[in-house]
Unconditional design. Sequence first.
Length: 374
Amino acid sequence: SLSRSLCKYRLSLPPTVKKHYLSLAKGTECQVTYVWIDKTKEHLQCKTRTLNNEPAGIRDIPEWDAFWTDGDPTEVILIPVRMFRDPFTLNPNKLVLCEVLDSKRDPIGGHQRSHCVQVMEKVKRFEPWFGMEQEYMLFGLDGKPFGWSPQGCPLTGVSCAVGINKVYGRDICICHYRACLYAGVMICGTNAEALASQWEFQVGPCEGTESGDHLWMARYILHRVCEDFGVVASLDAKPFRQSVYTSGCHTNFSTKEMRSEGGLLYIEEAIRRLSRRHSQHLCVYDPHGGADNMSRLCSQSLTSSYDEFSAASGRRNVSVRIPDHVSRRGCGYFEDRRPAANCDPYSVMRALVETCLLGATGEDDDEEKETVTF
Ligand code: ADP
Ligand code: MN
Ligand code: MN
Ligand code: MN
């Protein structure tokens, strides 16, 4: 088995040995790692090349060809869109997030970033900001939850727990946090989640498409950090079929008006619009057309109902929540708690903007009742 062979062969180096290789002198070359979303729109791929000099910006990084991991022979083109520092091999090396185009230079099937860019262009004057809360669960190479005993999960049932009997893998969370800061990813916080070895980090707030870029790069860095620890980070919406605990990617949203005095009125109007398009949003809030959320949103352990929209201030078992401090101040942002942990942020942001700012109307508008009270 894989875990047995891991005992025999060393797959990662002791720190001092790794330090030796990384300290070997080199010229002005720069190693650039291209990172892109794969065909499933759920996982990432990467490969690295040498550039002669450090790129000053994204324009200095050339396009590149690539293949899919699933054996599909079609060639695709990688278009660099956002550059970060490489926290694994350090300056001057780079990580670069790429869009994927087909040979006709159209966005590859279903990849949403370019559509998101177009929609954000239309709503620029609203200055839309997004912040995502990424929950994830750690698994060992044996496929079992990281650190759990054979007796099962030391369930804490609360976030932000402290103590070795309640949280497993804090070093992963700490290293990921610092690596993101080094890279220039807009990470704004972390916390332990309800299950031992379940964690969360938050990205944002950033404007428009940028938040999606930062979230995807934060996910890449998470998977790479987990390689070093010999564990796997799962963004599955429902990591255990038998448990009510799930992983989400709460998406916080605001416009300039919502953030300014009296903004609560604009927040309430946006939520009213969302209430009329509940099912349409759920279709794009996980990568499987709503199937993942159908099992995740079971109205238990701080999730809401899959079938019915709900909104409230100061309560968390709802589709959309206005944070308490926002109600008190009368302005700020709101939180859409429905996106699953494995969602594509570009699809989520686009849906939010289309419904709340562009006033898109769904076909079954009349059927879904307004059930919003504040
Ligand atoms: P929760 O109480 O729901 O667990 P967190 O503290 O985990 O909230 O996350 C708050 C999120 O809200 C962060 O991702 C942050 O970037 C985001 N956020 C803060 N202010 C704004 C804003 N004005 N617009 C959009 N998102 C925001
Ligand atoms: Mn949170
Ligand atoms: Mn959480
Ligand atoms: Mn939240």
